[in-house]
Ligand binder design. Structure first.
Ligand SMILES: Nc1ncnc2c1ncn2[C@@H]1O[C@H](COP(=O)(O)OP(=O)(O)OP(=O)(O)O)[C@@H](O)[C@H]1O
Ligand SMILES: [Mg+2]
Length: 225
């Protein structure tokens, strides 16, 4: 737990709250927290899922570990302390985005259970923090190795590499468990969408019905063309 450095800080309340913002968007602010070892498919799935959600009129944003290390977290390395701070910051950003009413897709290795738990705790178990375990055997990830990182780690060129020379603690009870070694990207996306629909976190897709209604409004039955 990190405490404020100064005791002279006060909360300034606003007039518009999370419910108001969520009503505006028509869906809850959610965090889908993708965790898994390198090359398990976190970024790939976050990108594919974001596209599917966007097409369903959801307001989304991806927080990707690699991208965030280019900016907000560029001063952090891969020691256990820096990894903890990396996740603490992104847990806070995810909470802010939930407060905005945005569906945020967090794609971070986030190897430590306690750090993920701390990020989850910010949601006060309101059902809007969903841990997505991107589960893939290390041999398959190493075979994929899209960034050549496993190779470098095996050669000793990268220290503290998760699943090679740094630990990964798998989730014990994730809301969504995706086996990316067995199922294709589109199947994993569909499983996630099905979960969100089943829990009323997004609305069913209605493009064909909406299109039909729109056409009927433009030209009522029997009207001259
Ligand atoms: N079902 C699947 N889901 C996701 N990725 C898959 C799947 N099947 C194969 N892949 C491939 O696995 C690789 C996953 O790479 P990706 O960069 O998404 O992993 P990552 O978990 O984000 O890794 P890192 O922690 O290094 O950022 C990609 O090349 C992707 O095409
Ligand atoms: Mg990634």
């Amino acid at each position: 737990m990190v405490h404020p450095k100064s005791s002279n800080v006060y909360w300034h309340p606003g007039q518009i709250n999370r419910n108001d913002r969520e009503s505006l968007k028509g869906h809850r602010g959610l965090t889908l927290w993708f965790t898994g070892i390198p090359a398990s498919g976190k970024s790939t799935l976050a990108v594919a899922l974001e596209k599917e959600l966007y097409e369903r009129n959801c307001h989304t944003y991806i927080l990707d570990g690699d991208n965030i290390r280019h900016g907000l977290n560029k001063n952090l390395g891969f020691s256990p302390e820096d990894r903890k701070e990396n996740i603490r910051r992104i847990g806070e950003v995810a909470a802010l985005l939930r407060d905005c009413g945005i569906i945020n897709l967090v794609a971070f290795i986030s190897p430590y259970r306690s750090d993920r738990q701390a990020a989850r705790a910010l949601s006060h178990d309101d059902g809007t923090f969903l841990e997505v375990f991107v589960d893939c055997p290390v041999e398959v990830c190493e075979e994929r190795d899209p960034k050549g990182m496993y190779k470098k780690a095996r050669e000793g060129l990268i220290k503290e590499f998760t699943a090679v020379s740094a630990p990964y603690e798998p989730p014990e009870d994730p809301e969504i468990h995706l086996h990316t070694g067995r199922y294709a990207v589109n199947e994993c996306v569909q499983l996630t969408i099905d979960y969100l629909l089943r829990h009323d976190l997004i609305s069913p897709k209605l493009p064909i019905v909406a299109d039909t209604v729109f056409k009927e409004q433009r030209s009522p039955p029997g009207a001259m063309a």
